[in-house]
Design a protein around this ligand. Structure first.
Ligand SMILES: Cc1cc2nc3c(=O)[nH]c(=O)nc-3n(C[C@H](O)[C@H](O)[C@H](O)COP(=O)(O)OP(=O)(O)OC[C@H]3O[C@@H](n4cnc5c(N)ncnc54)[C@H](O)[C@@H]3O)c2cc1C
Length: 420
């Protein structure tokens, strides 16, 4: 079948790979001249297979007023009375129900497990080099209440190979790069099996491999303008240079997916959640960072990424609701700079490659993977905070559903129906 993948971020590229591998003729369209230029360019680098809790939860609901009103809060709304945000926000509040949270965690854990094995398979078979490493992840908690709740919610195995509950002193002994005062910590949870990897380097390697496939055609530097329908079916997309025809289209345009869906005549609950990262080279006298670390209270992640023979530290986080604005607000970057000094003792005053990206967020944090109301258009989008983690599993499901493989035919946890 001739299949057109709309968008060449990590979701579009992995989808294109799984479809090409299955023998389809694939066309990849993206507005940028190269791949992975938007949300997939400089994310936190965490492959977070065990920590998949959604943003919407009873705890977030309780903290929402303080989260939204404090200037240094990791979350902020600046979208005014955007009708799209009001629709999305209403669904977000509903997704905070405990039953919805439990369903999301179960669905995300299963998709994360599939993603882990697919990432291993793809990167091994293509010999991709992107610093993939089972570094383990330490989540540190400052509030006793949050820590106790997290201990109760441990989902996987416990013990040395699973998840370990640590005292503040044990956290600092495990990760000597941390310069936190033990008295300010409530404790931590360490998951030895969690991985890290450079998403942009993975995308670059996959792009290189896709370029060598005879059944893959590229249309980069090409803006998707809107749908072309015939007999109630999507038969082509209008681009700045004419039309692209295909038998099937897969929507992977990240935060821009909802605008395309609107043009197709249906509502797709994906809203941009703007985040920031900085990438710094630690000074020679800095202590080596061994694991990835999440500061739960500040919602910030720290990952030591292997880069051309040296280690760079990626610090990422912040979730601002301000529509599709991609300008870098230096005051938000300062939150990450201060975190570098406070947690790692590294002065990040110089050039630290500040970056921002729009996470394509659904109200319940689950991606939307499945058929759309418009025949000929399949959706694989809305991966929010976990797009790097969930990309390979989502691509596998997409390819299997398009090929009507029985085991993938009805994955109701990710359908548009459950989210809309
Ligand atoms: C600060 C930050 C930290 C993060 N940290 C992590 C992490 O540690 N672990 C994790 O798992 N995930 C993380 N994420 C999430 C992850 O990066 C995203 O979920 C993922 O990159 C989304 O990929 P995507 O392909 O859907 O979107 P994108 O990468 O944004 O790709 C969408 C593509 O569609 C193209 N496009 C859009 N509109 C059009 C159009 N009209 N015409 C043509 N092309 C178009 C764009 O050019 C773009 O290339 C983080 C995100 C951010 C912002």
């Amino acid at each position: 079948m001739k299949i057109c993948v709309l968008g060449a971020g990590v979701i579009g590229l992995t989808t294109a790979w799984c479809l090409a591998e299955a023998g389809h003729d694939v066309i990849i369209v993206d507005r940028h001249a190269s791949t992975a230029k938007d949300a997939s360019a400089a994310n936190g680098g965490q492959l977070s297979y065990a920590f998949v809790a959604p943003l919407a939860s009873p705890a977030t609901l309780l903290k929402l007023p303080s989260l939204l009103l404090s200037p240094n809060s990791p979350m902020r709304i600046r979208a005014g009375l955007d009708p799209a945000l009001i629709s999305w926000g209403t669904r977000f509040l509903l997704a905070c129900r405990p039953t919805a949270v439990r369903e999301t965690i179960a669905a995300q854990l299963a998709l994360a497990a599939l993603s882990r094995s697919e990432l291993a398979r793809i990167s091994h078979s293509l010999m991709l080099s992107f610093g993939l490493r089972t570094a383990g992840k330490l989540v540190v908690f400052r509030s006793r209440r949050q820590f106790d709740a997290a201990r109760r919610a441990i989902t996987g195995e416990t013990g040395e190979d699973g998840q370990q509950v640590l005292t503040p002193a044990e956290c600092l002994a495990l990760e000597p790069a941390l310069r936190l005062d033990a008295a300010k910590l409530a404790g931590g949870i360490f998951t030895a099996s969690e991985q890290i990897g450079d998403c942009a380097a993975f995308c670059a390697g996959l792009t290189f491999r896709l370029r060598r496939q005879r059944n893959v055609e590229w249309l980069l530097g090409t803006d998707v303008i809107g749908p072309v329908r015939s007999g109630g079916r999507l038969v082509a997309v209008e681009i700045n240079k004419g039309h692209v025809q295909a038998e099937q289209f897969v929507l992977c345009m990240g935060a821009a997916s909802s605008a395309f869906a609107r043009a197709c005549g249906f509502y797709l609950p994906i809203y941009p959640l703007k985040g920031y990262s900085i990438t710094l080279t630690p000074p020679p006298d800095a202590r080596v960072m061994r694991h990835s670390v999440t500061d739960m209270e500040r919602k910030l992640v720290f990952a030591p990424l292997a880069r051309d023979g040296h280690t760079a530290i990626r610090i990422a986080g912040i979730a601002d609701l301000e529509s599709s604005n991609t300008t870098i607000d230096t005051r938000r970057v300062d939150i990450l700079r201060r975190a570098s000094a406070e947690l790692l003792g590294i002065d990040a005053a110089g050039d630290v490659k500040p970056w921002c990206g729009l996470r394509p967020a659904t109200p319940d944090s689950r991606p939307i993977i499945g058929c759309s109301p418009l025949d000929g258009l399949f959706i694989n989008s809305g991966h929010g905070m976990l797009g790097w983690t969930l990309a390979c599993g989502s691509a596998r499901l997409t390819a299997d559903m398009i090929d009507r493989k029985p085991e993938a035919s009805e994955v109701s946890a990710f359908t548009l129906r459950r989210a809309a």
